[in-house]
Design a protein around this ligand. Structure first.
Ligand code: SF4
Length: 316
């Protein structure tokens, strides 16, 4: 039986003990259009040193993101706050599952300092799910936003939050801290939630996005899905309509890649021309900004995309 090991840290501890007894799931070979820049450039190493020196986690590493070579070369890292252990066990995700430790009250200052050292004009902050906390970690998100505002007043801030399921008042706390972008990923179409994202509820995620916008209509809202998990095209189009009904401004669509053979298999590699078609349809449905390509990820080119998003609002 294959053991799912931590490919990020040096240790060979089991990374996903909750998935260890699942059968191996084969995915088709990666097509030629999934090509990424290998990590290791001087810029990549400089980013890695800053992340390490500040004792921070990044979703770039924890999720095994294919864009890490490109992003880190440009010193674009996405910080993952509240630890490296998630209370959920989604079938697509490479972040490890378990009972997380206590929150680190010094983390907001370290995130702010790392943001300054990296010289980020736009920073993306995400987190593990913290179902163990009464507020789901909302107050910690707010503390990180405030610390960055104080240390880097010119930097725009994007939060990519958990769903705050059954955490009444959490969205209010995060929105009150005034991020520039409130992002929460639907991840997949509703019919796949039970197998892909079993701890989440599709309509709760949708309502979170709608609620965030209602709390602050000036806030940009953003969401994303992966394709290649077995969804039907019409289901993707329905998700677009649902997100527009929730007044979401920005949609990202990317190819799902299987982190290990214990994770959900890739059912299909969606060719680039289908992504182009989805992008055109999404714009036609009224999104202000759409990014759809095989290697699109929520935080990929987030700074440039935020500038385009703001310009699109002004143009409207
Ligand atoms: S796309 Fe996002 S998660 Fe992936 S390496 Fe770039 S910044 Fe990190």
């Amino acid at each position: 039986m294959a053991v799912v090991i931590d490919t990020v840290g040096a240790a060979s501890r089991p990374r996903h003990p909750e998935k260890a007894n699942r059968p191996d799931q084969a995915s088709p070979s990666k097509p030629g259009w999934i090509r990424v820049k290998a990590p290791g450039s001087p810029g990549y190493m400089a980013t890695r040193d800053i992340v390490r020196a500040h004792g921070l986690h990044t979703v770039c590493e924890e999720a095994g993101c294919p864009n890490i070579g490109e992003c880190w070369e440009k010193k674009h890292a996405t910080f993952m706050i509240m630890g490296d252990t998630c209370t959920r066990a989604c079938a697509f995700c490479n972040v490890k599952t378990g009972l997380p430790g206590a929150l680190d009250p010094a983390e907001p200052a370290r995130v702010a300092d790392a943001t300054a050292k990296l010289g980020l004009a736009h920073v993306v902050i995400t987190s593990v799910d913290r179902d163990d906390l009464d507020d789901g970690g909302a107050a910690h998100f707010a503390a990180v936003i405030r610390a960055i505002r104080e240390r880097c007043p010119q930097t725009t801030i994007e939060v990519l939050t958990p769903d705050f399921l059954r955490k009444a008042g959490a969205a209010e706390i995060v929105v009150a801290a005034k991020p520039d972008v409130f992002n929460h990923n639907l991840e997949t179409v509703p019919s796949k939630y039970l197998t892909v994202r079993p701890g989440a509820r599709y309509f709760a995620s949708l309502q979170l996005l709608q609620h965030a916008k209602a709390l602050d209509p000036q806030l940009f809202t953003k969401s994303g899905i992966m394709v290649g998990l077995g969804e039907e095209r019409n289901e993707v189009l329905q998700v677009m309509d649902d997100l527009r009904s929730a007044n979401v401004d920005f949609l990202t669509v990317g190819q799902y890649l299987q982190p290990s053979r214990k994770h959900h298999p890739v059912m299909r590699f969606v060719p680039p021309d289908e992504f182009h078609a989805l992008e055109a349809i999404a714009y036609a449905k009224g999104f202000s900004m759409v990014s759809a390509s095989p290697l699109t990820r929520s935080s990929h080119h987030a700074g440039e995309d935020f500038a385009r998003l703001k310009a699109a609002r002004v143009a409207r």
